[in-house]
Design a protein around this ligand. Structure first.
Ligand code: MRU
Length: 364
């Protein structure tokens, strides 16, 4: 995405060819800060503390972490240790495990002396592949937006609701849920995006809204509880969200609150789509409700909210009594029956085992 007049990916290899530079998402939309990270410990912190976030970007960042480890110590023991260290950082997004598994599978057969260079190369390829997957998702999702636009009055926008940030900032470029939106905008199809604020961390208000503004996409920020009301009034044509892990049965795990949007969409006959690259499918899991670990994050994220003060300081404010305990499950599971379709890089699959198998027959 362009920031100012420069195109940025969310992560790239530094000039020293050993560190990476990332956009530190904790400060957006108020401040655009870039951080350089050159150690496995730094990578682990950046993922755990959400300097980078979003399932695909977490995976790519971890892949570079493995490369940093290989530059320090390319042994099998170090490879296993870095897998464990980075795997522990965030439990729900399967792209993290996918990227770590892929790096280990690729590196293990190589001689030790070749591992560091090969690891950086493979991490770079995984980043490039993510961009390609998202472009393909965009093209497939664009067809859905076009079909809805064709049923509307000429010039009337397609109203899309999205939750959390499954955009450029959650991937390497383009985003998953946002890729069809960006391609529609480029194709001159009028779209308007309702952006859920996405408490507690406000990824919608802080990141998706910033992305939409940057791309010139008409958008409106709404509180998380407004979606059902807007659907009842016919103001939403479709929902598109991302996912942190989708099971082989088509159950969709995504940011907390996604399930409630899916329920409201089903009750109001609003199509509910999930955009995902194939590394987000966990083929080892069927029932999302019982088999996906749900990240429990700090209660402080509920009780304290980040913002910019009138004096320009980026700071936290408390929104609840000091003594009130808070709970913070970060993801929920939307059962496959509530999902209209899974927009993948290969096409739109039915959210079912049969649908996913038909789209990815090699996974048999
Ligand atoms: O906790 P986050 O901000 O990492 O959660 C991100 C999401 O839930 C996204 O919707 C998901 O990772 C898909 S990103 C293409």
């Amino acid at each position: 995405m362009n920031v100012g007049d420069r195109h940025y990916r969310t992560i790239w290899l530094s000039d020293d060819k050993r560190s990476v530079e990332i956009i530190d998402q904790r400060w957006l939309p108020h401040d655009f800060r870039i951080e350089k990270i050159g150690t496995v410990a730094g990578i682990a912190t950046a993922i755990r503390d959400m300097w980078v976030r979003g399932a695909p970007l977490i995976g790519v960042t971890a892949a570079y972490g493995v490369a940093m480890q290989m530059a320090d110590d390319p042994s099998d023991a170090a490879l296993d240790a870095v897998w464990e260290t980075l795997h522990e950082t965030r439990p729900t997004a399967i792209n993290l495990r996918w990227a770590l598994d892929e790096m280990r599978r690729f590196l293990r057969p190589l001689p030790l002396a070749e591992r560091a260079a090969a690891a950086y190369r493979r991490a770079g390829e995984i980043a490039d592949e993510d961009v390609g997957l998202n472009r393909a998702i965009g093209a497939n999702g664009l067809e859905i937006i076009k079909a809805i636009a064709a049923r509307k009055q000429k010039g009337e926008p397609v109203n899309i609701l999205t939750h959390c940030n499954a955009g450029w900032l959650a991937t390497v470029d383009y985003g998953t849920a946002t890729a069809p939106i960006y391609l529609a905008t480029e194709a001159g199809i009028p779209v308007h995006v309702y952006v859920d604020e996405t408490r507690p961390r406000n990824q919608g208000a802080q990141l998706t809204a910033w992305e939409m503004a940057g791309h010139g996409v008409p958008h409106t920020l709404i509180v998380d509880n407004a979606g059902g009301h807007l659907m009842q009034r016919g103001e939403i044509d479709m929902v598109i969200v991302g996912t942190d892990r989708t099971t082989a049965d088509g159950d969709v795990c995504n940011k907390i609150g996604t399930y409630l949007k899916a329920l409201a969409a089903a009750d109001n006959d609003v199509p509910f789509y999930v955009a995902l690259p194939s590394p987000t499918i966990d083929w080892t899991v069927g029932d999302g409700l019982t088999e996906i670990p749900i990240e429990q994050r700090s209660p402080d994220e509920v009780s304290l909210v980040w913002g910019k003060t009138a004096s320009g300081e980026i700071a936290q404010v408390r929104v609840s009594p000091e003594a009130t305990p808070a709970a913070n499950p970060a993801f929920d599971v939307t059962p496959a029956r509530l999902v209209t379709g899974l927009i993948t890089e290969r096409g739109v699959a039915k959210a079912s085992r049969e649908g996913l198998k038909a789209m990815f027959p090699e996974r048999e």
